[in-house]
Design a protein around this ligand. Structure first.
Ligand SMILES: NC(=O)c1ccc[n+]([C@@H]2O[C@H](COP(=O)([O-])OP(=O)(O)OC[C@H]3O[C@@H](n4cnc5c(N)ncnc54)[C@H](OP(=O)(O)O)[C@@H]3O)[C@@H](O)[C@H]2O)c1
Length: 307
């Protein structure tokens, strides 16, 4: 029986498990690292700024001295950094029970990464696609491993346009459209990855989650905008604390009752708040043709081939 008011108290013992959390130094990722470490997992906090990761680790170790947390550098906007991260990880690890693809940016102005990709798709999808593909052998060698992608309610407004996936030269770019596209991509990738696992008889499952609305650092760059200031009092009433917002991704990562293709989100009104339950994305997230195209273009752009 899976409880409806699932909390971190329902996490089983995670001793012996290895878990990578991208963006583990802040917000939902930080809460996830804390919960996994509390239950005995060996956690890799993958951060773009190591100093921020070390500060975050210190905060956890202060109240949980036994926490087994390793901070490692990972910049998802830089494929070289993704490759370095994976090769450093493989020097010390032969198993990976959970890859929690949590890191993200939201609604930033048009920007291009070192590799030439629009920054929201690069961080939220392409970097994680490359990371997962490069870790595939370790996931394959770990029985019952999991990949969890963190999406958003914003996937509902996402549209895939494979003629202009990266908003070349800023054409057609809007911060909201690009964020929604990246979050729809997280779901398309989740389901295609599960099909890949099944086709290749890999003992792993692919799942997704979304946090509803949670008060983290994600919108910090918007705070000065007039419309954000106007909406702030309403938004803050709608937000749930990161400790609640992280529950869907934590549940997807470690609830023994969770299964392939499940999508966890808050069970309250309009999925904005509440305890984590399985929810359903918009039908377009299940579009196999879009998922296949996204996979093909992601392999091409990142030069990471799944096999
Ligand atoms: N909060 C919400 O209401 C909400 C709603 C829907 C979906 N989400 C999703 O939840 C996930 C976590 O976000 P959050 O709310 O916890 O926000 P957050 O507090 O801003 O945390 C985001 C994390 O991602 C990291 N990150 C950003 N760019 C990166 C890069 N290039 N390489 C590696 N790490 C990078 C950040 O690092 P720095 O600390 O160095 O910036 C930070 O650790 C995101 O995928 C977001 O889209 C959040």
């Amino acid at each position: 029986m899976t409880p409806n008011n699932w909390t971190i108290a329902d996490i089983p013992d995670l001793t012996g498990k290895t878990i990578i959390v991208t963006g583990g130094n802040s917000g939902l990722g930080f809460e996830s690292v804390k919960a996994f470490a509390w239950k005995g997992a060996s956690v890799i906090m993958a951060c773009r700024t190591v100093a921020k990761g070390e500060d975050a680790k210190k905060q956890i170790v202060k109240f949980l001295p036994s926490a087994d947390i390793t901070v490692m550098r990972l910049d998802l906007t830089d494929l070289e950094s993704v490759r370095d991260f994976v090769s450093n990880f493989k020097k010390n690890h032969i198993r990976l029970d959970v890859l929690l693809n949590n890191a993200g940016i939201m609604m930033v102005p048009y920007n291009v990464t070192k590799d030439g990709f629009e920054s929201q798709l690069a961080t939220n999808h392409l970097g994680h696609f490359a990371l997962t593909g490069l870790l595939l052998d370790v996931l394959r060698n770990t029985p019952k491993s999991r990949v969890v992608n963190v999406s958003s309610l914003a996937h509902k407004w996402g549209e895939m346009d494979f003629n202009n996936l990266l908003y070349e030269n800023g054409n057609g770019y809007s911060p909201t459209k690009a964020y929604s596209r990246s979050k729809l991509s997280n779901l398309l990738f989740t389901y295609e990855l599960q099909r890949f696992f099944e086709q290749h008889k890999i003992d792993a499952i692919s799942l997704a989650s979304h946090p509803g609305l949670s008060d983290t650092n994600l919108a910090n760059h918007l705070v000065k905008k007039w419309y954000f200031r106007l909406l702030q009092p309403i938004l803050f009433r709608m937000f749930q604390p990161p400790s609640m917002g992280a529950l869907p991704e934590i549940r997807a990562s470690v609830d023994p009752g969770a299964s392939a293709n499940e999508f966890y989100g808050p069970g309250g009104k309009r999925q904005m708040k509440g305890y984590p339950v399985t929810v359903h994305p918009k039908m377009k997230a299940h579009d196999k043709e879009s998922a296949r195209k996204l996979w093909e273009v992601s392999e091409k752009l990142t030069s990471v081939t799944y096999s």
